[in-house]
Design a protein around this ligand. Structure first.
Ligand code: UDP
Ligand code: MG
Length: 161
């Protein structure tokens, strides 16, 4: 039974979220963490890190041919980022909804970018966009030993349906 329980926990969906340097500099860390907590997701990894260029270039590798790539890497490496892994049912897509559209002026009010940002290059937060990118980004930013398996006592209330 115990082994089955551990196995089930390790199958839970996880996503990588990062508060970008603008979010940290503007003092929005608590506001943003609170939105994910209040939604009902579980924090399983959290650290503050100023990314190296190599880390930033790998993280945004999909965009390396785009004209904004160099500026994006410059910015993301300019100061501390708060890197997180959140866990829960449907967390990858749900986090993208909480975050809102990439262009803050197109992000709905009520979303993080809709409420807290105006500039696409300073849109406060990153969230993985699919299962494959979530797995890649979690592995890129975190050691396995930095992620915690734990069970909040109210976990069964957070499952849809
Ligand atoms: N970005 C930018 N200019 C653009 C498109 C994107 O500065 O024309 C930045 C923006 O900060 C965005 C990041 O590059 O968050 C990654 O772009 P992506 O399309 O993956 O958006 P996201 O997944 O962050 O919504
Ligand atoms: Mg993206």
């Amino acid at each position: 039974m115990a082994a089955l329980f551990i196995h089930t926990k390790s199958m839970a969906e996880r996503t990588f979220i990062a508060i970008k340097p603008d979010g940290v500099q503007r003092g929005l860390v608590g506001e943003i963490l609170g939105r994910f907590e209040r939604k009902g997701f579980k924090l399983v990894g959290l650290k503050q890190i100023t990314p190296s260029r190599a880390l930033a270039e790998q993280h945004y590798g999909v965009h390396k041919e785009r004209p904004f790539f160099a500026g994006l890497v410059d910015f993301i490496t300019s100061g501390p980022v708060v890197a997180m892994v959140w866990e829960g049912d449907g967390v990858i897509a749900s986090a993208r909804k909480l975050i809102g559209a990439t262009k803050p002026l197109e992000a709905e009010p009520g979303t993080i970018r809709g409420d807290l940002a105006v500039n696409i290059g300073r849109n406060v937060i990153h969230g993985s966009d699919a299962a494959e990118t979530a797995a890649f980004e979690i592995g890129l930013w975190f050691e396995a030993s930095e992620l915690n398996d734990w069970s909040p006592s109210d976990q069964e209330w957070r499952v849809e349906g």
